[in-house]
Design a protein around this ligand. Structure first.
Ligand code: AMP
Length: 412
């Protein structure tokens, strides 16, 4: 029996899924358990695990009809999150010990120019991922912690790193070279890398399957809206541009990250306030975005507060949606028209309000949303454009973990 554990360690969350597979030749994975530790480091952390002991179930939705464990107690750091995960998997009976795993797949955010493909983790790989921390200060440390802790818990079990940056390596120079001295690209590797590649790739393949077309004939705009947010222009299966840049700070407004701003702002702030580089880094990565505008970074809370008349929460939503809309316009131009726009990620999959407002007043680009269809909730793919929309609008649940499990088993 092949068993793969997939870890997706975010800055304040840990998602994990346990798959099994019948025989190495098959690509059919059964999802045994799916868990989430949320709000790590905050007082209102929670951990939940949906699981089944039957192999007949292969979607989270079906798992939801089965059993669930929930823990509502503070989780101080990622070490505690990993321990919580192992304890809950054991309690569920899905995994008695980490020793029974065939392999462990990790989402790693930044592969720089070093990793163009997934890789089996050894000490050299860990050193390289650590060297790349300056490029992804919120994520690579959490990814490394996850790898090291699972290595300690399951020594000898092969582990694989799947990088968020790989899918965007297909971008042409015009999309990844910045308007900076070219030598900075050659010597310091300053360029756009892009992130969320596993998600953009997964939902674009899902869209092609859903539309009954080959990915090689589709022009797609994929919009991943989670704690981190990014958009990508995907032409015939290849990413040709994406909103995140050399680091995950560029692009759309995010939970705590500023997204696109005038690059002169940090200089101005340093001169005017005496802020240090570290303080500016923290400001732009941890105190900006939705949190900077309205004090909250969780979209559910922001929507609730806006509904209760909080003007700042309303402003944060308006700005968030306006920036998505601008990228839709830009990528329609980049692709010279699009067949479909795809919303995914926690916000993209669940918030009809954000989808509706991001697609508002785009009729002249052939885009309009059907409010009734958009208001529905489903774990399956939803098609939500209006009858006159020339561009399909799809809501597709992302499944980075499944994609990582497939890559992991391929490598080991
Ligand atoms: P992710 O990083 O993909 O897990 O997405 C996390 C984000 O999705 C957080 O900002 C959540 O508040 C947001 N989210 C999850 N469910 C909803 C919902 N029903 N409405 C609005 N935002 C949601």
């Amino acid at each position: 029996m092949i068993k793969i554990l997939v870890l997706n360690s975010g800055s304040s969350s840990l998602k994990f899924q346990l798959f099994d597979m019948q025989g190495a030749e098959s690509n059919h994975f059964n999802l045994l358990a799916s868990g989430l530790v949320e709000r790590i480091g905050e007082t209102n952390s929670s951990a939940s695990l949906k699981f089944t002991s039957s192999k007949a179930h292969d979607t989270v939705d079906k798992l939801a009809q089965k059993k669930q464990l929930v823990r509502e107690s503070p989780v101080a750091d990622h070490q505690q999150a990993i321990e919580t995960m192992a304890a809950m998997l054991k309690e569920s009976g899905c995994m008695v010990s980490m020793e029974e795993l065939t392999g462990i797949g990790h989402r790693v955010v930044h592969g720089g120019e070093h990793f163009h493909d997934p890789v089996v983790i050894d000490e050299q790989v860990l050193i390289t991922i650590k060297k790349l921390i300056p490029l992804a200060p919120l994520h690579n440390p959490a990814n490394l912690t996850g790898i090291r802790l699972t290595q300690q818990k399951a020594p000898g079990i092969p582990q694989v790193a799947v990088f968020d940056t790989s899918f965007h390596q297909s971008m042409p120079e015009q999309a990844y070279i910045y308007g900076l001295p070219y030598a900075l690209y050659k010597k310091q590797h300053v360029r756009r890398y892009g992130f969320h590649g596993t998600s953009h790739q997964y939902v674009s393949k899902q869209a092609a399957d859903y539309l009954g077309k080959s990915i090689s004939e589709l022009k797609l705009i994929t919009i991943h809206l989670g704690n981190g947010t990014s958009a990508a222009a995907i032409q015939y299966g290849h990413s040709i541009d994406t909103s995140m840049g050399m680091t995950p700070l560029e692009g759309l407004i995010m939970g705590t990250r500023c997204g696109d701003i005038d690059p002169a702002i940090p200089f101005y702030l340093a001169r005017e306030t005496g802020m240090t580089i570290q303080e500016l880094d923290d400001l732009l990565n941890k105190e900006s975005g939705l949190k900077g505008i309205c004090g909250q970074n969780d979209m559910r809370t922001i929507v609730e507060q806006a509904e209760q008349g909080d003007n700042r929460a309303e402003l944060a939503i308006t700005i968030f949606c306006y920036h998505i809309k601008k990228y839709i316009g830009a990528y329609i131009a980049t692709l010279n028209g699009a067949d479909a726009i795809i919303f995914t990620g926690g916000i993209g999959e669940n918030s009809s309000l954000i989808r509706e407002r991001a697609c508002q007043d785009l009729q002249n680009l052939g885009i309009n949303i059907d409010s009734q269809k958009n208001s529905l909730h489903s774990k399956e793919i939803m098609e939500i454009q209006g009858p006159t929309s020339q561009v399909k609008i799809l809501v597709i649940p992302t499944n980075e973990e499944l994609e990582i499990a497939i890559q992991t088993i391929k490598l080991i």
